[in-house]
Design a protein around this ligand. Structure first.
Ligand SMILES: Cc1ncc(COP(=O)(O)OP(=O)(O)O)c(N)n1
Ligand SMILES: Cc1ncsc1CCOP(=O)(O)O
Ligand SMILES: [Mg+2]
Length: 212
């Protein structure tokens, strides 16, 4: 089972990214997506290498946003690809069957296509407005999640769905009730002054109904 809480990194410099990722790991995150936009190949590689080392130390999963070749080059655990990024089939051909490939979805049709193309998990959103990402897809809101989760159930689709976009400790419960597998968050963890407490509370909510 994939971990239920994915931290998406923030920071405009290698140092800021490393600080934020280290803090997230130190406070209990066990899945990191390195999201470092508009960078030189050299910078992205340098950060990825350092994050891989950190994630190994903390026994955390490490995936890379957008860049399949970087994920391959540093042997990351996988990649997250959006609707305008490298196609899932192409990424699978490059990375092979053992790596995690996540895909963004905004509609049920996106999810259906991703499943056909061999995606491992879905980042479904955005739930609500967020400053973390520019050019957001249409906002789904709680109703959008219920509608899409219902279609997933009636089609017997089995793929972990992660809610994303503007998720907080306060709205996480409502989202979990829609039947999602987990959440992918950036801002709340990056900005929290009490990261350990927040991550514990998020995990308590996410794993409340899991029987070990
Ligand atoms: C878990 C997860 N879900 C969705 C996204 C968004 O990916 P994308 O649409 O490619 O946007 P960018 O993150 O690349 O700006 C994600 N990163 N992670
Ligand atoms: C990468 C991404 N894709 C859709 S919303 C989003 C940003 C999520 O960040 P936050 O948790 O700060 O809203
Ligand atoms: Mg992308």
């Amino acid at each position: 089972m994939y971990n239920k809480l994915q931290y998406i990194s923030q920071g405009n410099t290698i140092e800021a990214q490393l600080y934020n990722i280290h803090e997230a790991l130190d406070n209990g995150c066990d899945w990191v997506q390195m999201r470092f936009k508009n960078q030189t190949t050299k910078n992205a590689f340098a950060l990825a290498e350092a994050v891989k080392f950190l994630c190994e130390e903390y026994l955390a999963n490490f995936i890379i946003n957008d860049n399949v070749y970087l994920a391959q080059q540093i042997a990351a655990d996988g990649v997250h690809l959006g609707l305008s990024d490298t196609k899932i089939e192409e990424a699978r051909a490059i990375l092979g069957n053992t790596k995690i490939i996540g895909g963004t979805a905004n509609t049920f049709e996106d999810i259906s296509n991703h499943i056909k193309n061999g995606c491992d998990y879905i980042g479904l959103g955005p739930f609500q407005f967020t400053k973390t990402k520019e050019k957001l897809n249409p906002i789904l809101g709680l109703e959008g999640y219920y509608e899409i989760m219902q279609k997933i159930k009636s089609n017997n689709f089995e793929i972990p769905i992660y809610a994303i976009g503007g998720i907080t400790l306060e709205n996480a419960d409502q989202l979990i009730e829609t039947g999602i597998h987990g959440i992918a968050v950036s801002g709340i963890i990056t900005k929290s002054p009490e990261k350990g407490k927040l991550i514990t509370q998020l995990n308590e909510k996410l794993y409340a109904n899991v029987i070990i």
